[in-house]
Design a protein around this ligand. Sequence first.
Ligand code: SAH
Length: 370
Amino acid sequence: MNSVIAPDKPKSINLLDFDRKSLEAFFVEIGEKAFRATQLMKWIYQEGVDDFDEMTNFSKSLRTYLKENCTLSPPECVVEQVATDGTCKWALQTACGNRIETVFIPEESRGTLCVSSQIGCALACTFCSTAQQGFNRNLSTSEIVGQLYFAQKRLGLENRITNVVMMGMGEPLLNFDNVVRAMRLMMDDFAYGLSKRRVTISTSGIVPAMYRLTQECDVSVAVSLHAVNDQLRDELVPINKKYPLKELLEACRDNVKLAPRRRITFEYVMLAGINDSVEDARAMIKLLKTVPSKINLIPFNPFPNSRYECSSAEVIDRFRAVLHNAGMVTTIRRTRGEDIDAACGQLVGRVADKTRRHLKLAMKGSERAA
Ligand code: SAH
């Protein structure tokens, strides 16, 4: 008789792939009560226990079942770097051999983890080094929440990660289901219990997914604006050709409409001579007039072969002052972890590019040289 086990059936179930709802369904399916889900989540995420034998409120037979069929497998850490300012960067290897990067940024009153959502990135923002790497695939839920799981264990439970920003490699809204499931675990009281103000998703502006997010998952939203007119934004953030500013801002208004005190954070990378004039600042005031917003100016972080320069400190201050004088809440992002290439837009990992972007870029380069 043929084997009933499909050849591609995974040998073990990675429990980090489940949010509370799917974990409850899993326990019911194996003949257990649904409340085992929250018990298990407490062991895994709050107590840091990864040995099923130590889960003392489970019966012996359940423990045996879990041991035989399940794992808790975050991506494996292969490189750890610590910057002079205390910022940590970890290269984590996925089962398929690619590497993603995760960054921990300690501050006096909080500790922020910057989490990746994809291996590489399919978007081609011209000022971002992840973009140059091309794209391999979406990360699974366990690979996303696994970054927090790994980092919290590595830092020790006494150094609590208080904030998560989905600002690492990739466009999180192009990996909607896995990212939302992971963020639900981050906010679940039986897992990490972070408040929705402390979990931020950053997007380049995938408009339909922004509407869906508003409906399905209440988290803080940051939008990578970077230009205040479509012509320039088409160039810097090419997804703008598909979802132009007018549609993007409509989706932003929709996100905050039911939460009167909520604001969208607009990220704006400061590129010398490109988007940093006083006129640009004035245009931003006009553009964002009808959206409750906070502005976060990001000094451009260079990387090999980047074609831009960062605006000077004076120009950034002048830009901020124009916005501030118009009553807009404006901060300048302090660059962290520079000496280990851990700053915004510097995360590269190791990506087996499926889009052949390297090749295309190289060909463009040789065309120019010819
Ligand atoms: N794909 C998501 C998350 C990415 S990164 C997004 O686009 O929002 C987080 C922020 O860093 C984004 O605002 C991104 O535009 C910005 N960034 C990318 N490259 C940068 C660089 N070289 N210097 C400064 N900021 C950069």
